[in-house]
Unconditional design. Sequence first.
Length: 317
Amino acid sequence: MIKRLLLIAAPVTEIAAAAAMALRLTCAGALCVALLAACSDSATGSPAAGDTGEPEGDTGNEFAMSDDGTYRYITSNGLPDHETGEFPNSGNPHAISEQLHEYRILLEPVLADQSTPIGLSPFGVAVNGIPLDPGAAEFWNRDRSSGWQYEALSGAIDLGLDRHNAHVQPGGAYHYHGLPSALVNSQNDDAHSRLIGYAGDGFPIFALYGYHAGDPDSGVRELSSSYRLRSGARDNGPGGAFDGTFIEDFEFVPGLGHLDQCNGRFTETPDAPLGTYAYFLTRDFPVIPRCWRGEPDPSFIRGPGAGPGGGPPPGGP
């Protein structure tokens, strides 16, 4: 039986002003999930034509979360709660259309013995129901077996991204490849990030700012990834210097930054004072994590020809 239900019909940005970042609703005596959203007009990406970055009046966004005590169920119609770039555009010939995104994640996720690469699956879903989907299905010489996958944010291929680092799949699904500006630009650099979304394994996703040493007493700072560009040149495939064109141009160096290989860490958060494993979106590669530290739910795994959230999660409401 579903214990808690949260239903938000767009625009989320009209629910709270910038000074009130959190919305909490009470349903049938139970505390609903907190949905945090805000919009800003400052850019983190290159705006596509027609994209002002300002909140839009009625975007048609629909987003719902519920749980049964074991799993959290997330559904959305895939329409963003903020203004977007102009689609189709020269780099992205697809129009945004309504979707049926359905995801399931554990309410109490656990770390796995090994991490799981996300491949071309969405890493997670934002609090407005839009998938966080960093991988681009673009490969050197259009050969998936080449071992060289283009990095979506490198600019080497024009993907028609808007200022929210998002664009549209052939089936009409709007999704984020990088920092979702509408959700992160209004954050303060002296406060811990609010919740940005949930990963496919159930752990929470934050952006940029966290506790320096994992506890409030250590202060807040912008967290950095532990990836860097490799030195030298590629010895096969496209050749040339490692310049960030391909995801294989980067290497993980333990301890280089604050975060692990999956861009996460164990830390206290405002909602988890006893600590939790959590992911952080960062300004530098990988921006959105490329692996899960827990076991991803099958509802996030993209099969051949499937889009994110393309089918109902097993056991869903």
